[in-house]
Design a protein around this ligand. Structure first.
Ligand code: SAM
Length: 241
């Protein structure tokens, strides 16, 4: 009897050890990123005053490390922009959150992004709005982002390669426009393509000067109101304009 009990105990111990081991193994790498992501949202974003639960939830759920090149994966959740190739960057998480919150979008909104880059900002918007259109001027980045967003099943994002300065008149007007590269003026075609009641977030300034994140609002009577939000640093808006 004692021998049987002893065997049963040994088998139970082996089974438990195997389960624990499997559990630890299955959770380590994904859990590392999940933990980093939750810390990013609490420590960098909510702590600095971003409150919109839709934005916080989207950023808690989107695997940002999959939008940065393999060699920078460990920097994916750091409080900084990260290189994505072609001299471009994925924006700092706080700036992504703040700009998204400024747009005041919801499930009925149609948004236009200028500067697809890695596709991360478009993915964040896609969790909140009905449809995202995004334009990238560097073909290599645009093609990569399109493939990544398709593979990750962000089915309400349409990526176009081209010069975003001119917007996307065929899908205008937009409830929200977000420009993720700094221009030295607000592009008139983008103002035109904003819906009455719509909002645009855009960094204004040159690479060598202080840039300011501006919130551009078109009221119901199509009057334009511009508010300076905070100083920022972005790569320049490219193109022949
Ligand atoms: N939103 C991106 C993300 O989530 O990864 C980061 C954008 S990065 C800071 C700026 C991007 O704007 C670059 O990929 C750059 O090639 C693109 N860009 C610059 N000028 C542009 C233009 N005129 N039209 C479209 N994209 C442009």
């Amino acid at each position: 009897m004692k021998i049987i009990a002893c065997y049963a105990l040994i088998i139970l111990t082996i089974l438990l050890a195997a389960r624990t081991n499997k559990f630890v193994h299955a959770t380590t790498s994904e859990d590392k990123y999940t933990r980093q992501r939750l810390e990013m949202v609490e420590g960098q974003i909510a702590a600095r005053g971003v409150k919109d639960p839709k934005v916080l939830d989207a950023m808690r759920n989107i695997p940002r490390h999959l939008f940065v090149p393999e060699e920078y994966k460990n920097y994916g959740y750091e409080d900084q922009p990260v290189p994505i190739g072609c001299g471009q960057t994925i924006s700092q998480p706080y700036i992504v959150a703040l700009m998204t919150e400024l747009l005041e979008v919801d499930g009925n909104s149609v948004a236009l992004e200028i500067g697809t880059g890695s596709g991360y900002q478009a993915a964040v918007l896609s969790k909140i709005v009905k449809q995202v259109y995004t334009i990238e001027i560097i073909e290599e980045l645009g093609i990569k982002a399109k493939k990544r967003l398709e593979e990750m099943k962000y089915s309400n994002v349409a990526v176009k390669v081209g010069d975003g300065y001119f917007g996307l008149p065929e899908h205008a007007p937009f409830d929200a426009i977000i420009v993720t590269a700094a221009a030295n003026h607000i592009p008139p075609p983008l103002i035109q393509q904003l819906k009455p009641g719509g909002r645009m977030a855009i960094p204004i300034g040159t690479v060598y000067q202080v840039q300011n994140l501006m919130l551009v609002m078109k009221d119901k009577d199509e009057k334009i109101i511009v508010k300076n939000v905070l100083p920022v640093r972005f790569v320049p808006l490219l193109g022949k304009h």
